[in-house]
Design a protein around this ligand. Structure first.
Ligand code: MN
Length: 518
């Protein structure tokens, strides 16, 4: 099992307080989960220790790592929020509670709610670190999915593809995204998975030997041209993303040019273009295949130069050229921007948090506070007037397109997010945990019609959070709504002003007019 000191070993320069926090969280979690087992038969602690370890590897700070260790305590053990607050303070509690809340966002197999689910997922998390812990939690659960009872595997794998993968992608976290996709793929599309594996195996087994030779060849050329500080490697395309490409290309693998890619990681942007020149000099570039994502980053912030070449041996090869920083950002996305930023507990380190700067009024003060440099304690709660920092990576602003399709500035993004999540829409749950997205002030009648018109047309009674309520009761975010139906219950004209959605109003009207005619 991963030990506390192994986790701490990943921190770049931990203070004694950092060490103590992680050790304490480790011991506390171990005691809380005592006797609990994973489906694999391993102690539960292996799961939370793995999550904490991965967070530490990504460069997350001590409090996020502590939250990783404690993330399942409130939900699965006797530990209360009060206990966590007393032992670890507000900020760790805030992170643990955030992760706990996120587990109520579940996918129950209906595609029509996916977009709402993703929004709810992001909105519920409140702090980007909560989202990161949750994605890493999911990653470890997917890595151990084979031990989970078969009837649950498909739901979990689909949920991963529908919610976690798009969120990881939107946050630019390429490494987690690829791994989540490839872990979920065989459960959700078993036949296609096998087909893609076979095709890839056939197609690349021939080229792998060439590739190592070509890589050495390229290294020599780069060095000859005076580039000294660079790394080259190659990667095989992820199976799930290959699957999507193959579907677009009528399953003709010969037309997929980025099956194999060679990566060149250099020190500066100038070196990227120099390396590109050297590559084009060595191998013949394919026309129209050069993409400069350095000057025109992808919407999720991805930066690199891509070019496709035909090597001496005739193999078609995609070359990706980027700086070390771009490489790091492509792997960890949003996380790479808060890496090194969560101050160590002594408060010595720190720096501007783009995310907290971006959404100071939306996010709880902690995210903001922990990343402020040289700030008096008294000033901490009064951060509302601070303007978004100029240093926000420009692509972060485009996360806004998750909510609107326009390019939004930082402030518009905050506005959109608030409108979208906190003014216009509410998210309520069925007793099964299926999420239903409704306008604010919606009532159980709207809920019933959103489920199915037959449910709406036969409402006998409604319960909200297990209590009987009047049909005109206003629903709130997170309510669990249950509708009892009876065959002989029917809409009445009184329902019309109670219904807020046009769908419900329409259905009620047509039910009423049908009744008139009979
Ligand atoms: Mn967990």
């Amino acid at each position: 099992m991963i030990t506390a000191s192994k986790i701490i070993g990943n921190l770049s320069s931990p203070t004694n307080a950092d060490r103590r926090l992680i050790e304490k969280a480790y011991e506390y979690s171990q005691k809380a989960h005592e006797g609990h087992k994973r489906y694999s038969g391993e102690p539960y602690m292996t799961h939370v220790a793995s999550v904490a370890y991965m967070l530490a590897q990504m460069g997350m700070g001590p409090r996020t790592i502590a939250a990783g260790l404690l993330h399942d305590t409130i939900e699965d053990t006797d530990v209360s929020s009060e206990d966590i607050r007393n032992e670890f303070g507000e900020e760790v509690l805030f992170l643990v509670e955030g992760v706990t809340k996120l587990s109520s966002v579940r996918y129950y197999g209906s595609d029509r709610h996916n977009e709402s689910l993703r929004k709810l997922f992001v909105a519920t998390s409140q702090d980007i670190r909560v989202l990161i812990v949750k994605l890493v939690d999911r990653l470890h659960n997917m890595q151990t999915l084979e031990y989970v009872p078969e009837e649950k595997q498909l739901r979990i794998a689909r949920e991963t593809l529908e919610i976690h993968v798009p969120v990881a992608h939107r946050l630019g976290m390429g490494r987690i995204r690829k791994e989540l996709e490839d872990l979920a793929f065989p459960y959700v599309y078993p036949e296609e998975h096998k087909k893609v594996c076979d095709m890839l195996e056939q197609s690349t087994s021939k080229s792998k030997d060439f590739l190592e030779k070509e890589r050495k060849n390229l290294q020599k050329k780069l060095a000859d041209s005076g580039l000294t500080d660079f790394q080259t490697s190659y990667r095989v395309k992820g199976l799930y993303s290959l699957f999507h490409k193959l579907k677009r290309k009528e399953w003709n693998i010969d037309t997929v040019y980025d099956l194999l890619a060679m990566r060149i990681v250099v020190q500066s942007v100038e070196d990227c273009y120099r390396a590109m020149g050297i590559v084009h000099n060595l191998w013949r570039p394919m026309p129209q295949r050069m993409k400069d994502y350095i000057n025109l980053p992808k919407p999720n912030g991805y930066q690199s130069i891509h070019t496709t070449v035909i090597t001496g041996s005739g193999t078609i090869l995609e070359i990706q050229i980027r700086t070390e920083k771009m490489h790091h950002e492509a792997e960890y996305g949003v996380a790479s921007h808060i890496i090194y930023k969560e101050d160590s507990i002594s408060g010595a380190a720190g720096g501007g948090s783009w995310f907290a700067n971006l959404v100071p009024t939306l996010f709880r003060p902690f995210a903001w506070r922990s990343q402020q440099e040289h700030i008096n304690k008294e000033d901490l709660d009064d951060t509302k007037d601070v303007h978004p920092s100029q240093k926000i990576p420009h692509w972060i602003q485009q996360i806004g397109s998750m909510y609107t399709h326009e390019k939004a500035s930082g402030e518009e993004f905050v506005e959109d997010m608030r409108k979208d999540f906190f003014s216009n829409r509410i998210f309520v749950f069925t007793p099964n945990g299926d999420v239903v997205d409704l306008p604010v002030a919606a009532t159980p009648i709207d809920f019933a019609y959103a489920i199915h018109s037959e449910v709406g047309n036969h409402i006998a009674a409604a319960k909200v959070n297990n209590k009987m309520v009047q049909l005109d009761t206003e629903l709130h975010n997170g309510d669990i709504v249950q509708i009892d139906t009876k065959k002989n219950a029917h809409p009445t004209p009184k329902w019309l002003p109670i219904a807020k959605t046009s769908l419900a109003k329409r259905r009620i009207r047509s039910a009423l007019s049908e009744k008139d005619q009979t």
